[in-house]
Design a binder for this molecule. Structure first.
Ligand code: SF4
Length: 262
């Protein structure tokens, strides 16, 4: 078998898995987050991982996931530029749920980054900075997995507006489960309050969405919840979540035909 054919096989879900995933994508589109999580753990077992950025959605998702699967695998991308409150929240979540939240990070230290690319890369070229400090580590985090779970919501950004509960992630080439995709901000905070979930205290100081220190500002009353991220720039996403997403689940057969898109 040629290397090209091998690559196609490796990059696609197996045919029988694809049928199950397509069916679940259809059946669970309106389901409660817990149902999508239960399905993901049943279907993918050890081969599914949960990404968290420690936002309000992320902590709610961890709480739900650990109730269903106390051994759930959870990771975050440690850019080296996170707020002290965020690192502290990681520790509090680990204590509360008795889990390890694994860190994935680049080998490039902030000092090396400055030497190689100049000072304040997050200001001169934030896309490159995100690629080095988030997207490359994300590749490592997803390596060998068949699925990942994220806490994105449709109403957060235009780029996320057609995300589905279960979809094929053609950027990272694995199944993506977004259990909270239909929730709004109020539902997330009600869940946090009702379940006494630990959250980042910065949320109470004007930061509805929290990323790196260099690229996160507090927002004013009534402003868009993500307007403090890369404030003053067109950039709205770090690149983890593909901006253009088909409106339906892409079948294995279609994927083979769409490989030129990625
Ligand atoms: S959010 Fe800002 S500091 Fe963090 S990786 Fe992206 S550009 Fe760099």
């Amino acid at each position: 078998m040629s290397q090209a054919v091998n690559e196609v096989v490796r990059l696609q879900p197996a045919a029988d898995e694809n049928d199950r995933v397509e069916t679940a994508a259809y059946l669970l589109e309106e389901a409660a987050p817990e149902e999508a999580l239960r399905w993901a753990f049943d279907e993918f077992q050890e081969s599914v991982t949960i990404a968290t950025g420690f936002g309000a959605e992320g902590v709610a998702l961890i709480d739900m996931a650990v109730r269903i699967n106390p051994r759930a695998d959870v990771f975050f991308l440690d850019t080296g530029f996170l707020f002290p409150e965020t690192y502290d929240l990681r520790r509090r979540l680990e204590d509360r749920y008795q889990i390890e939240i694994r860190a994935f990070k680049t080998d490039i230290t902030p000092e090396q980054q400055e030497l190689r690319f100049g000072s304040k890369l997050w200001s001169t070229n934030p896309d490159l900075c995100c690629r080095l400090r988030k997207l490359e580590p994300l590749k490592d985090a997803l390596y060998g997995r068949r699925a990942w779970i994220t806490a994105i919501r449709q109403d957060q950004t235009l780029e996320r507006s057609n995300a589905r509960v279960i979809e094929w992630d053609y950027q990272w080439r694995l199944v993506k489960i977004n259990p909270l995709v239909r929730w709004n901000k109020q539902q997330v905070w009600e869940y946090i309050a009702n379940n006494n979930v630990p959250f980042n205290p910065l949320h109470e100081r004007g930061y509805p969405s929290i990323g790196c220190t260099h690229c996160t500002q507090p927002v004013g009353e009534g402003e868009d919840e993500r307007s403090g991220r890369w404030s003053g720039r067109a950039k709205k996403e770090c690149g983890m979540h593909a901006p253009v997403r088909p409106t339906t689940f892409i079948s294995r057969t279609e994927m083979v035909g769409r490989r030129h898109l990625t």
